[in-house]
Design a protein around this ligand. Structure first.
Ligand code: ADP
Ligand code: MG
Length: 599
């Protein structure tokens, strides 16, 4: 009997792959523009004709290709971006599969001219249905110019599947926007049937958003507030819309490491932050950029999919939620701040009842994980074909770590048993397990909220110093202190300028107690400078967190039962997440499972 298995010819294999990667003109455009970005282009021009059906052209000023590379580029699995499987975890480029160009030229007529800066002459290649029709030496500018003509000329089924030119053009514009919104340092031009429909100069991130979406007389970005959270796990920055600006169709964008993504779970975090603030049936706008170690996300997704899996989704959920809440909170306090009247100075005998910001309770289903892997059986049968080649072992279902639980502090009653351990942690039994609360950080969280609310209500309470202290400062520190002075005053500091480089401190916030005021102010100044921002609201946050950290009960301090109870109750009233704004963990749980494993 003769063998019946044979290898598919390259052009057939490429056409099959093209079905996966290139579904419509917009996906083709995405691949081409991503290649230009990977090539370090600073100006990318996109020319479209007839919805991309007859022509899609991308011209860049990137690093170009050598004659050999230009030819290689169209081979399947030809890539300059990774060499071995482990490189997958360090990816900083958009492409890595080496499939796009091979796929595109399997289903279109492709013409490319390219030149590297170090070469005098460039290369011109013509390819049709995976075959090289011509290669020649030409004069051309540095960079790469790719023309994709007659897309799906040899795949009638695909061609019929295309929508009207207007719809395909809209899809192209959507992809174009998604990319342009993450690369404000690159100039983009989009031309449709000889008409320039978008021209985006190099600008700031916010200005880029304005240039993409602002078509009205009132700047679109004036409706946005800044969001930022820098933690060891992830850096988050971007903008969210003011609640009253929310509409039914708002712009909602998540990006991770320069890539657009969808993330229903993080979307839920944002909606949770807005709970109670939105009119019925409206959703807020957001543009949130995540920056994370490449090995903490799985970009090894299907090329056309926009879902991305994070290793530590639950923690990022909380960081994002806290960051958006902070921004909305800051936005609310801004208009009521007014520094004209005098700060009240009094010396209360007992600890004042703190004013608290009522924070909406966090209610999240801890088992919710939209990216939960199917059972290992399903997983294996699904991983057929080319995709198998790209499944790195650490994402095998067997080695996937158990999803991290989302914890909340239970409500504390007079009878909740509490114990202090090592003069550092408060230990208490909960439904979820044995809870360990970091006493210093829990107190920091409480004070942080109290101080923010005092700042908002201008209700800082001062305590006069028996012996005023003199703080001497460098010119830079002096400038920072001056810009913080009114806020510091609201919080309870009384400062009088003594000389061009010195202040006398005559009173401090009541909660500061015996803590050295000079150290405290210096730390506040440096923390604020470290934010690298000149946004007053970010300063207030940095200042408040530093002050709270200074004021909070230290590790090593023994606490009475009353003190522990009081601290946890105040924590529950003020704060609902597990992390401080700087990402530090406030409490954690030793689950029953973990305990049982030890027996
Ligand atoms: P990938 O981007 O996954 O590596 P592609 O098929 O998209 O695979 O591209 C193959 C290779 O061709 C790239 O790795 C790169 O070396 C080269 N290349 C493609 N487009 C360009 C471009 N615009 N400028 C310079 N080099 C390019
Ligand atoms: Mg590519």
């Amino acid at each position: 009997m003769s063998d019946i298995i044979h290898l598919l010819p390259d052009n057939v294999a490429n056409q099959i792959a093209a079905g996966e990667v290139i579904q419509r003109p917009a996906s083709c455009l995405k691949e081409l523009v991503e290649n230009s970005l990977d090539a370090g282009a600073t100006h990318i021009r996109v020319l479209v004709r007839d919805g991309g059906r007859t022509l899609l052209q991308v011209i860049d000023d990137g690093k170009g290709m050598s004659p050999t590379d230009a030819r290689m580029a169209f081979e399947r699995h030809a890539t300059s971006k990774i060499q071995q499987a482990s490189d997958l975890f360090q990816l900083r480029t958009m492409g890595f599969r080496g499939e796009a160009l091979a796929s595109i030229c399997a289903v279109a007529h492709v013409e490319v001219t390219t030149r590297r800066p170090e070469d005098e002459m460039g290369t011109r290649l013509e390819i049709a249905g995976s075959d090289v029709m011509a290669q020649e030496v030409v004069q051309c500018p540095v960079g790469t110019n790719i023309r994709v003509k007659n897309l799906f000329y040899n795949v009638p089924a695909r061609r019929r599947f295309l929508k009207t030119d207007q719809t395909e053009m809209r899809n192209i514009q959507t992809e174009y926007n998604r990319i342009a919104l993450v690369y404000p340092g690159v100039q983009f031009t989009l031309v449709n049937n000889d008409e320039i429909i978008s021209e985006l100069p190099i600008s700031s991130m916010k200005q880029r958003i304005e240039n993409v979406f602002g078509h009205t007389s009132k700047p679109f970005t004036s409706q946005l507030v800044d969001v930022s959270a820098n933690t060891e796990l992830v850096n988050i920055y971007g903008f969210v819309g003011k609640p009253e600006m929310a509409t039914k169709n708002s712009h909602q964008y998540f990006f991770v490491n320069g890539r657009f993504m969808r993330h229903p779970y993080f979307h839920k975090a944002i909606l949770t932050a807005y709970s109670g603030l939105l009119a019925a049936e409206t959703v807020p706008s957001y543009f949130i950029y995540f920056d994370i170690q490449p090995d903490a996300i799985d970009v090894n997704i299907h090329p056309t999919k926009t879902e991305i899996k994070f290793a530590d989704e639950q923690a990022i959920f909380q960081i994002l939620l806290a960051a958006v809440r902070e921004s909305l909170g800051k936005f609310n306090i801004t208009p009521s701040l007014d520094f004209t009247s005098e700060t009240r100075i009094e010396m209360p005998q007992t600890s004042p009842k703190p004013t608290t910001i009522a924070m909406p309770r966090l209610q999240v289903d801890p088992s919710y994980n939209p990216f939960k892997k199917p059972s290992s059986h399903q997983q294996q049968s699904a991983a057929t074909g080319w995709e198998k080649l790209y499944v790195p072992s650490s994402y095998e279902p067997t080695s996937e770590p158990a999803p991290q639980q989302l914890f909340t502090l239970p409500s504390i009653t007079d009878t909740t048993p509490l114990m202090q351990w090592q003069n550092k942690y408060i230990v208490l039994p909960t439904e979820q397990g044995l809870m360990l609360v970091h006493q210093h950080r829990a107190h920091t969280a409480v004070l942080y909220k109290e101080l923010l609310s005092q700042l908002k209500e201008r209700k800082g309470i001062s305590q006069s110093l028996l012996f005023p202290e003199v703080i001497e400062l460098s010119n830079a520190d002096m400038t920072t202190l001056q810009s913080l002075q009114s806020d510091l005053q609201v919080m309870g500091f009384a400062l009088e300028q003594l000389s061009p480089n010195a202040y006398t401190i005559t009173a401090v916030p009541m909660q500061l107690g015996q803590v050295n005021p000079i150290d405290t102010l210096l730390q506040v100044i440096h923390q604020v400078q470290d934010t690298g921002s000149n946004v007053a609201l970010q300063w207030q946050e940095a200042m408040t967190l530093t002050l709270a950290d200074k004021m909070a009960i230290p590790l090593g301090k023994s606490l009475t039962d009353m003190e522990m109870r009081d601290l946890l109750i105040r924590f529950n009233e003020n704060y609902s997440v597990q992390y401080l704004n700087n990402g530090q963990t406030i409490f954690t749980i030793l689950t029953l499972d973990e305990v049982q494993k030890r027996f």
